[in-house]
Design a protein around this ligand. Sequence first.
Ligand code: NAI
Ligand code: MG
Length: 368
Amino acid sequence: MSNPSLLILAGDGIGPEVMAQVTRIIDWFGDKRGLKFDVSEDLVGGAAYDAHGVALHDDTMAKAQEVDAVLLGAVGGPAYDDLDFSLKPERGLLRLRKEMDLFANLRPAQCFDALAEFSSLKTDIVSGLDIMIVRELTSGSYFGEPRGIHMEDNMRVGINTQRYTEAEIDRVARSAFELARRRNNKVCSMEKANVMESGILWRDVVTEVHQADYADVELSHMYADNGAMQLVRAPKQFDVIVTDNLFGDILSDCAAMLTGSLGMLPSASLGAPMENGRPKAMYEPVHGSAPDITGQGKANPSACILSFAMALRYSFDQGVEADRLEAAVEKVLADGIRTADLMQADGGTPVSTTQMGDAVLAALEASL
Ligand code: NAI
Ligand code: MG
């Protein structure tokens, strides 16, 4: 049987810098754990625009459809800010999500004890926090028709439409329930069924899927505004949260900040199962291309490394190896090894991107 395949799209800014560390880690798993991947690399975002005049070449898109998982760094930067909307680096990302139909966006918010001090909340409220937000990614208000700005009675009117079909709700609900079974068997679904019909349908379909196929999972429902309050008041009450595209955008950013640093946050975007049973998948750090620190060796590679850990878990069924990699990152932090973004003003000397990679590799070695 051939090795599982990975397409690396490092992108722009610090994307290639953090991805270089992930590549070393992929090689380590090949050498030391017998987990060989067929790795190919290609361009996305500004890098693709420079080479081809588009943020994602058709050939790259075709490759992304064929591989078992895509690993993406980051896209964008000041050099591309004045480009037409249709050419912007972000369009490369959006095209990947849309054409691969990656409807479930998994955003973990996990608080590493060593970093609890970086949270804006009290340590006891966040220490040990480990929740997963599942955001519907391909429908809802960001895509619904009608949309646009038009004139009505001599006034401009702006319209976006929150539209969900039951099939769209059904599939993302299933993703959340499946995930819950691998974690702590608990899902909280968030919408605004009190004021939105799409929210009523959301609640009904989630309840139906639950009763039909996932009655073993504990399900609760919450209005999304209360959910925002509860996330800040007592986040540890949650395990898996499932919600729509718009609320998920906001709630996942809110939950992310409970944990302190952008440089630590991975994500996964999953679609329907392929013929080999693996879901279509793309893994990427939450952060952007960080032009302010590009080329300085300051970027924290952890978010990208933890994104690869998610790939091990969700695309390749290597939960034990994913745990090993996450534990290695946690060990490095516990040992006080920090990139600059994880240091308080008086915190001592930060390590470089490469040194952080070295430390994670050393912790992986020590785990054998
Ligand atoms: P950003 O996430 O790139 O940076 C925000 C701040 O966090 C900066 O001060 C940056 O130095 C810091 N930071 C981010 N990642 C870090 C890491 N791994 N290690 C250490 N520090 C880190 O967001 P910003 O500045 O709003 O956007 C910069 C560019 O990135 C823009 O062109 C934007 O469009 C693009 N972007 C791309 C995303 C993606 O590729 N998924 C997501 C967000 C923004
Ligand atoms: Mg957002």
